[in-house]
Design a protein around this ligand. Structure first.
Ligand SMILES: NC(=O)c1ccc[n+]([C@@H]2O[C@H](COP(=O)([O-])OP(=O)(O)OC[C@H]3O[C@@H](n4cnc5c(N)ncnc54)[C@H](OP(=O)(O)O)[C@@H]3O)[C@@H](O)[C@H]2O)c1
Length: 234
């Protein structure tokens, strides 16, 4: 097993990509802690993975500080937590635009600021391919992703020898779109799949496998991997 005797904290691990990363880390022998806001979602994630859970809100300095106080030094940290509010620049409220940055960008910043790493440790940030392949109506998400990718490169130097990497997913079928009407969601996933060179959308496990690679390849730092089924090309 690749992560025997290692500790892994997944911030945003109660759902989607984070949950898949937590499951894979657990299967590879790690002691896993999952952090997110909803106690109910955390309970379900704990039942599924056997991970320890800590209620945490990445928009709060105190909450992220408390999380890493209870964890002590850890081997690997992954941050997937985000609550996205997007829309055209002319109509998206400034409050919603700021809220997107507050969880997605500042959340990762807070995690990087508070986590204490054991030798050989790593931080993996999850950004998103709108950073390089935007479309109208997602400017705030694209900007957050671009900022996270720049942050990754900077922290790879500043936090060294802790390794810092980012995976930048394309469209992944996760509960992030749970609020969409089911029929519209299914149609959108089908249309996206048909347009992609790989002819399918991503699954949480696709990204989790890259996250595991970042944890275990000691030569990886400052890397941004775009894992998008070829989405940036079409
Ligand atoms: N799915 C995609 O197509 C896609 C594409 C590109 C990039 N991404 C990025 O990948 C990351 C994970 O997305 P996903 O699809 O896995 O989403 P998801 O299934 O909605 O999971 C998001 C996770 O973040 C947690 N979370 C949200 N706000 C939080 C906060 N303020 N503090 C702590 N935890 C918080 C949620 O739990 P609670 O609700 O319990 O807090 C949940 O566990 C996000 O950064 C997303 O932008 C996703």
């Amino acid at each position: 097993m690749l992560l025997e005797d290692k500790s892994v904290v997944v911030v945003g691990g109660s759902s989607g990509i984070g949950l898949a990363a937590a499951e894979l880390a657990k299967a590879e022998g790690a002691a896993v802690t999952i952090a997110s806001r909803s106690a109910e979602r955390l309970r379900a994630a704990a039942e599924r993975t056997g991970a320890r859970t800590v209620v945490t809100d990445v928009t709060s300095d105190a909450s992220v500080e408390a999380l890493f106080k209870t964890c002590g030094r850890v081997d690997h940290v992954v941050v997937t937590a985000a609550q996205i509010r997007s829309g055209p620049i002319k109509t998206l409220s400034i409050e919603d635009a700021k809220a997107t940055l507050e969880s997605k960008f500042w959340g990762a910043w807070r995690v990087a600021r508070n986590a204490e790493f054991a030798p050989g440790g790593s931080l993996t940030i999850v950004s998103g391919y709108f950073s390089i392949r935007p479309r109208p109506g997602v400017a705030i998400v694209a900007a957050a992703n671009g900022a996270l990718e720049s942050l990754t490169r900077s922290l790879a130097l500043e936090l060294a020898p802790v390794r810092v990497n980012a995976v930048s997913p394309g469209l992944i079928d996760t509960p992030i779109r749970a609020a969409m009407p089911e029929e519209a969601r299914r149609k959108m996933l089908e249309q996206t799949a048909a347009a992609l060179p790989v002819r399918r959308v991503g699954q949480g496990e696709d990204i989790a496998r890259q996250i595991l690679a970042f944890m275990t390849i000691g030569f990886a730092t400052g890397s941004i991997v775009y894992l998008d089924g070829g989405g940036a090309l079409v």
